[in-house]
Design a protein around this ligand. Structure first.
Ligand SMILES: Cc1cc2nc3c(=O)[nH]c(=O)nc-3n(C[C@H](O)[C@H](O)[C@H](O)COP(=O)(O)OP(=O)(O)OC[C@H]3O[C@@H](n4cnc5c(N)ncnc54)[C@H](O)[C@@H]3O)c2cc1C
Length: 399
């Protein structure tokens, strides 16, 4: 087995791992990224996963010199439309959050391609087709990350810090001693049909609808592709959702009574999936020289579009801490990483759960529950203190 040495090994070349690696590498910290996908990402679905980047993420990407594609091709949205029991209201979250605030719509895959190109242009060391199968020596401060290449050969990298950026299904944290990490799980009793279609998006980016039928949404992915979402029982499968049913339920759930509004254009459906409202958080987010970032540390429901944004906040924090530690000898920055990030992560979870409870009622909802939910949603659009709090959280500027 061949062995090399570096300072930081990042396991996982998703958006979170690559942003962290790019920042640390640019500051002169030696970094190697190991990722088990192929180099081109050719096998990935084109529009799946995240697509709404909050203010804080855009600020981070801009600061790290990684926002050119997003700013050039993404679309800026300081407001969304909320269809609340048939009434259409605008949520001016940019204004209510304090002024020049907005989110950007840009597919995750496009961002990942930009990140790969930028890391490669900066001579970053990204090894694709490299699957990590063990991490040894954490308790001995003699860490080795073991990986297998696509031709079956195995290698090891000795390092001072290993970053688990291997996503929700990643196994990196299992390589730490038993008891080092605890993962908490929770499932909310609703599901969602997530559809990508060649339909023009709404002009202001996103429409959310809450009603007695449950939650529905119509959101921009690109100028020609929309993502639709319809609440469904968590036991549904895509077989229950042929095209005609998708459009019929969207027409009903996105409808408004207070004036004519054309239904969302029925374009060609590209992809349908059932998503589950599951979350998990691992505590703490570090054990000796192993640090968890992004979905490896916490995954959240799609409500509020916080998942990738929280992960990028992890990456920004940990990259600066690694630079402070390895370039400037500041021992405190890395020590407190988990404590700092968990506060923000739990707040993100709380926001997402609040939206779930407001927009996606469980099947047992009674009339009182429905009226309370409606009263709370009306507070969001009211422009008062709850609107301001909601707007700051939604835009990610107060977390
Ligand atoms: C259907 C869906 C919709 C979503 N919508 C949103 C949204 O609207 N907004 C939002 O903010 N977030 C959303 N998310 C979440 C978002 O996609 C994730 O938060 C984001 O991808 C996390 O990035 P990551 O880099 O932590 O992990 P990932 O993107 O999962 O990347 C992990 C990487 O590690 C690699 N890897 C795994 N194991 C190994 C190993 N053993 N060795 C080497 N490499 C390994 C993987 O192949 C992958 O490349 C959505 C997710 C899904 C699934």
């Amino acid at each position: 087995m061949t062995e090399e040495q570096t300072t930081v090994v990042v396991v996982g070349g998703g958006p979170v791992g690559l942003i962290l690696a790019h920042r640390a590498h640019s500051a002169g910290v030696p970094v190697v990224v190991l990722d088990n996908r192929d180099a081109t990402l050719a096998d990935q679905a084109d529009y799946g996963r995240a697509g709404l980047w909050e203010q804080r993420t855009v600020t981070t990407l801009t600061k790290f010199g990684l926002a050119d594609g997003l700013l050039a091709q993404g679309t800026r949205h300081p407001a969304f439309e909320l269809r609340c029991f048939g009434e259409s209201r605008m949520v001016d979250y940019g204004k209510w959050a304090g002024g020049d605030v907005a989110s950007y719509a840009y597919p995750q895959l496009f961002l990942e391609r930009d990140l790969r190109a930028a890391f490669s242009a900066a001579n970053g060391d990204l090894r694709s087709g490299a699957t990590v199968f063990d991490v040894t020596g954490l308790d001995e401060d003699d860490v080795r990350v073991h990986y297998r290449l696509t031709d079956g050969t195995t290698r090891a990298l000795r390092c001072a810090a290993v970053i688990a950026a291997d996503g929700s299904q990643g196994r990196c944290q299992e390589f730490a001693p038993w008891g080092a990490f605890t993962r908490h799980h929770s499932t909310y009793p609703v599901g969602g049909v997530a559809v990508f279609a060649e339909s023009p998006p709404p002009s202001h980016g996103t429409v959310y609808a809450a009603s007695e039928h449950g939650f529905a949404a119509h959101a921009i992915r690109t100028p020609t592709v929309s993502r639709f979402y319809i609440q469904c029982p968590p036991t549904d499968s895509v077989d229950y959702w042929p095209e005609e049913r998708v459009w019929a339920e969207l027409d009903r759930n996105l409808a408004v009574d207070d004036g004519p509004r054309p239904p969302a254009p029925h374009g060609r459906i590209l992809h349908t999936a059932i998503v589950y409202m599951r979350t998990h958080i691992t505590e703490p987010m570090q054990y000796r020289a192993m640090y968890l970032v992004g979905d490896a540390g916490h995954a959240i429901t799609p409500m509020g579009a916080k998942g990738a944004n929280l992960g990028i906040a992890d990456a920004a924090d940990l990259a600066e801490s690694l630079i402070a530690h390895y370039n400037h000898g500041d021992k405190g920055a890395l020590r407190d990483y988990s404590r700092r990030r968990l506060t923000d992560v739990w707040q993100g979870q709380a926001f997402s759960r609040l939206l779930l409870e407001l927009f996606s009622p469980p099947p047992t909802e009674d009339i009182v529950g429905l009226r309370i939910r409606r009263a709370r949603i009306e507070e969001i659009v009211g422009g008062g203190p709850f609107s301001e709090w909601f707007s700051r959280r939604y835009a990610g500027i107060d977390e």
